[in-house]
Design a protein around this ligand. Structure first.
Ligand code: ASP
Length: 438
């Protein structure tokens, strides 16, 4: 059994959190690869080291002293070292690095030091070997990962050292320089490590007990999701649920490795298991809906044209939206009309030009524009096999007097999406949550 455990910024924010991480890692000998983010916030008023490092770089660029910020970062590392009684002289290495900083220091190199120093401290504390991501995570010239080289290097490091800590978020470009991923990228590093060694599970340790059925800022105390498929997760993330870094899913999904989201602060909670398919649909898993998510600020553009050749007119309209780079999220088709749902932000500077083009080319009888629409999605793999989901959904919304402006169902029947007024967004999510869990 082999597990890769990735710990997010809040899990390594300070000495107290390091202790929890050690208990978790050492409680299971299968946890032989640890991937760490940079120390994050210890409380609401604290700062993530990565944010501070970006701020430092801005100071360097403008030639303004950033000494105070560097001192804060240095003391965060020093505090962890001394509170845990480690021997690694992190301050000395930090000072040596600091002496190399100049206007020409690349932003990627500087911000990667958050993960670098945090992981070095963690490696000593766990008794694992530190393996620099610059030596085992590689990019190719097109900015994508060089998977073969990365997988071979991580597998070799594990073979050689047995138990390793790899810093997340960065790797090496073919130029030899350090390159960081997008924010939250340590999720990807962990997934690459899990795929590299064919781990039995990729554990992603964070500060929540898994993915929740709905946004806790909208629904009080929503239930955690025990099992979810990769496809459902993608759908929920697309509809606005913020979960994992999207790119982190692919490497593990490809290799059929389950991804388990766990809570460092409640290690006994089972968290959420993300898998390719769920075999047994009993208990919690039998619930019709897996999760609910949504996004605000869409515009519905409806074109009506009596006796129109629908596909032809739709094709013309889509060519026009394409020309304006306005991504169409949903289409509903009627006999003499169709409606396009587009994010209002994408239409901000082009709506009138676009409509004028449509009027010229599609020659509709009329065009209707309705903005201020929110899309709310109920996502669930069981929708295909069990009739009545949409009936239940519309009933719940109707009973609460919520007006539905548009309806769409994903072609793979993983989600039902309804458009409501922006002002009804939160209420719609609560109503659906209550309707499907109550
Ligand atoms: N430390 C980086 C960030 O704050 C990467 C990560 O945490 O995954 O975005």
């Amino acid at each position: 059994m082999l597990k890769v455990a990735k710990f997010g910024g809040s899990s390594v924010a300070g000495a107290e959190q390091f202790r929890k991480v050690r208990d978790i890692v050492l409680s299971d000998p299968a946890r032989r690869i640890v991937v760490a983010s940079a120390a994050g916030k210890r409380d609401a008023r604290d700062h993530k080291l990565t944010d501070l490092l970006y701020l430092c770089h801005a100071h360097l660029t403008y030639g303004v002293p950033g000494d105070d910020i560097l001192a804060v970062i240095r003391s965060r590392f020093g505090q962890i070292r001394s509170e845990l009684g480690l021997t690694y002289d992190v301050e000395a290495e930090f000072d040596a690095y600091r002496a190399t900083l100049s206007r020409d220091t690349s932003v990627d190199e500087l911000v990667s030091r958050g993960e670098y120093f945090t992981s070095k401290l963690l490696a000593e504390y766990l008794g694992f070997t530190f393996v620099d991501a610059a030596e085992c995570v590689f990019f190719s010239f097109d900015g994508q990962f060089d998977r073969d080289k990365t997988y071979a290097a991580i597998a070799a490091a594990l073979d050689k050292y047995g138990r390793i800590v790899i810093p997340g978020f960065y790797g090496k470009a073919p130029t030899g320089r350090i390159k960081v991923m997008t924010r939250g990228g340590s999720d990807i590093s962990g997934a690459l490590a899990a795929a590299a060694v064919g781990a039995d599970v990729y554990e992603n340790w964070t500060d929540v007990s898994g993915i929740l059925m709905a946004d806790p800022k909208i629904v009080p105390d929503p239930r955690p999701i025990s099992h979810i498929t990769f496809a459902e997760l993608r759908e929920l993330a697309f509809m606005g649920a913020s979960v994992l870094h999207e790119d982190s899913i692919l490497p593990v999904k490809e290799r059929g490795i389950p991804l388990n989201i766990r809570n460092t602060n409640c290690p006994d909670d089972p968290g959420t298991m993300i898998v390719e398919s769920v075999a047994e649909e009993t208990g919690e898993n039998a619930r019709l809906i897996t999760g609910i998510a949504g996004r605000r600020n869409f515009t519905i553009l409806t074109l009506r044209k009596r006796n129109m050749p629908p596909t032809e007119t739709l094709r013309d309209a889509l060519e026009i939206t394409d020309r304006y780079h306005a991504n169409v999220e949903h289409i509903t088709l009627g006999l003499d009309s169709f409606a396009l749902v587009i994010s209002s932000a994408a239409l901000e500077n082009c709506l009138y030009d676009m409509i004028s083009d449509m009027q010229k080319i599609c020659e509709p009888d009329d065009v209707d524009v309705r903005d201020g629409i929110a899309l709310v999605a109920a996502v669930g793999r069981k929708m295909t096999s069990r009739p009545g989901t949409s009936g239940k959904l519309f009933q719940a919304l109707g009973q609460q007097g919520l007006n539905i402006r548009t309806i769409a169902q994903g072609a793979d029947e993983l989600s039902i999406i309804v458009g409501v007024e922006n002002s009804d967004f939160e209420k719609a999510i609560r109503v659906l949550y209550d309707g499907f869990t109550g």
